[in-house]
Design a protein around this ligand. Structure first.
Ligand code: FMN
Length: 210
């Protein structure tokens, strides 16, 4: 039950360093991110999976000293295209037509519209849009993790420029957007573990137009 999983999960503040997530479960979580719907199907982001202990430790000072990036079993970094390019738009549509056995250029009128929309924008404007797609993936990944009873922490608290440098993302035309440590909660050590989940009351949250 997805709703039960969402009630179970919380933004874990302390992980059990001794417990590692099995590779098959990491694969499922990353697969949920890969299956994310994206604007125009452009799949404008990538997921970096970090299990290397040294590298995770190096990210702690970049992440405002948040130890969870080192304590966790695996750290996912969601990184989005730094900008749209003609090549990127063509490349994904060529791949789609090829995979579907359609003639190359089948979607040309559509890709022309996308190019006319995105290419005149600044790289910053492009990135606002590409980064949004990564957030959809974040939601699906943390939901899949919860379904597997794997803890996670969505994290915006880090210096994206420093992380991009550390991971060499500029060379790949990517910029980091959000982090997702994965692992198992330290039930005794995590102050947030026993706390009630609090959300706005439904009558405040839902605006019904009947
Ligand atoms: C986009 C985003 C960024 C967040 N950044 C951090 C962070 O840097 N560090 C942290 O401990 N929690 C972070 N959180 C966790 C939120 O504080 C938490 O999700 C929120 O308080 C709701 O609580 P719950 O997730 O435990 O239900 C972030 C959550 C989101 C969605």
């Amino acid at each position: 039950m997805i709703l039960e999983d969402l009630k179970w999960r919380y933004a874990t503040k302390k992980y059990d360093r001794t417990r590692k997530v099995a590779q098959k479960d990491i694969d499922k979580i990353v697969e949920a991110a890969r299956l994310t719907p994206t604007s125009s199907g452009l799949q404008q982001f990538r997921v970096i999976v970090i299990s290397n202990e040294q590298l995770k430790k190096k990210i702690v000072p970049i992440a405002m000293g948040q130890e969870i990036v080192a304590e966790c079993s695996h750290l996912l970094v969601f990184a989005a295209w730094d900008k749209y390019t003609e090549e990127r738009i063509d490349s994904i549509f060529d791949y789609i037509t090829d995979q579907r056995g359609l003639p190359k250029g089948r979607f040309k009128s559509y890709t022309d519209k996308l190019k006319a929309l995105y290419l005149p924008q600044s790289a910053e404007e492009n990135f606002v849009h590409t980064a949004r797609q990564a957030y959809i993936a974040l939601g699906l990944a943390l939901t899949q993790a919860a379904e597997l009873k794997i803890d996670s922490t969505p994290m915006e608290g880090f210096d994206s420029q420093q992380l991009d440098e550390l991971l060499g993302l500029a060379d790949k035309g990517l910029k980091s957007v959000i982090l997702l440590p994965l692992g198992y909660r330290d039930q005794q050590g995590d102050w947030l573990a026993p706390m009630k989940k609090v959300r706005n009351p439904k009558e405040d949250f839902i605006l019904e137009y009947n």
